[in-house]
Design a protein around this ligand. Structure first.
Ligand code: NCD
Ligand code: ZN
Length: 343
């Protein structure tokens, strides 16, 4: 099988940034995905529906001519988010509300300090059926960085999911055996996104012949046994697991730094990387449900009607891409991809 045609996929976790950075990266996602759940961690964060709608307009204005890509907007949750903002988000067709523990990741400082402090907001979201999207890591410096997802699940997510039995919840970018086990065993309405890097790399990739800043993201890559569990979840056919690239572009200068920031750019190969991982596992036939059905079904959106075709043909990945005034180093820079998009 040298070509693969799928229902057009959706990216259920994407960072598009703003301004010249947005213009530089948007086409990569729009060529591959019909829709994307767009993260609200801009500076300043998108804490109001008005700000999110204005951002949506900027995304639409930056789209390549003729593109029908649809950004699905999210709201940035704070301890001060009023119920009326959540109601307005639902009415405006926003698909979810993002919980960033304060300090957990890029542009999360306006996030939530105490998960219990947002229980009133969760009450409202449960009542109006507005999903909660979770960056699931504790920020407690006493917890080892490789354990932060597992500890978040135990301390915060499990109690939250039990306390709000009608709330739909996505544990974003899962990285651990514990994350997989939690979601698999959880009640209906609990799901998880999976990135290409957590499917295909373990923490060894951070130190391959030297320090590798372009393999650094949050949650950080984990041990091989965790990668294997995340891959098994993606391949399982369980509709609780679906595609979310977490493509998170940063200027090269901010990655090549004494304090390099977290985020991996993968939108240039946003479906190709998954095709590779599924093929290597002998499960290419499982890709379509994972990439094109499960996310739409979770968000109660119609499945896309168009298709996307990939061809098995090696494709070189550039060392860097234009990114406003700077450059962007994509995942697999200088290497090859096994599949290429048929436009
Ligand atoms: C993301 C970013 O750069 O916005 N970084 C990352 O490492 N994934 C934020 C996030 O999703 O945690
Ligand atoms: Zn993200």
């Amino acid at each position: 099988m040298d070509t693969l045609t799928l229902t057009r996929p959706d990216d259920c976790h994407l960072h598009l940034r703003d301004g010249p950075a947005l213009a530089a990266v948007l086409g990569d996602s729009a060529r591959r995905f019909a829709r994307a759940v767009v993260m609200p961690n801009l500076r300043p964060p998108l804490t109001t529906v008005a700000a999110a709608q204005a951002y949506r307009e900027r995304i639409l204005a930056a789209l390549p001519a003729g593109s029908d890509f649809e950004p699905l907007m999210t709201l940035y949750l704070t301890e001060a988010t009023p119920a009326r903002e959540l109601e307005a988000a639902k009415a405006a067709g926003m698909v979810g509300v993002k919980l960033y523990p304060a300090g957990a990741t890029t542009h999360s400082d306006a996030g939530v300090r105490r998960v219990e402090a947002i229980y009133p907001q969760l009450e409202t979201m449960q009542a109006i059926d507005l999903p909660l999207l979770v960056h699931g890591e504790v920020t407690d410096p006493a917890v080892d960085v490789f354990d932060r997802e597992a500890v978040f699940i135990e301390r915060h997510l499990a109690p939250l999911v039990a306390r709000f039995p009608g709330l739909r919840v996505v544990l974003e970018h899962i990285t651990t055996r514990e994350g997989v086990a939690f979601v698999r065993a959880a009640r209906p309405g609990v799901a998880a996104t999976i990135t290409p890097q957590h499917l295909s790399m373990n923490r060894g990739a951070l130190f391959e012949g030297g320090l590798r800043p372009h393999h650094y993201c949050l949650p950080v890559l984990k041990r091989e046994e965790h990668r294997a569990a995340v891959l098994a979840a993606a391949l399982s056919g369980d509709p609780k697991f679906f595609l979310g690239t977490d493509s998170a572009p940063h200027p090269r200068g901010d990655k090549h730094s004494a304090c390099g920031c977290a985020g991996i750019y993968s939108a240039h190969a946003g479906i190709e990387l998954y095709a590779e991982a599924f093929e290597q596992a002998g499960a290419l036939d499982r890709l379509e449900a994972f990439a094109s059905h499960h996310g739409a079904d979770f968000y109660r959106l119609p499945r896309n009607t168009g298709t996307l075709t990939l061809r098995r043909a090696p494709q070189a990945v550039p060392e860097s891409l234009p990114f406003g005034d700077d450059r962007l180093v994509p995942l697999r820079a200088g290497g090859q991809l096994a599949w290429r998009l048929v436009e």
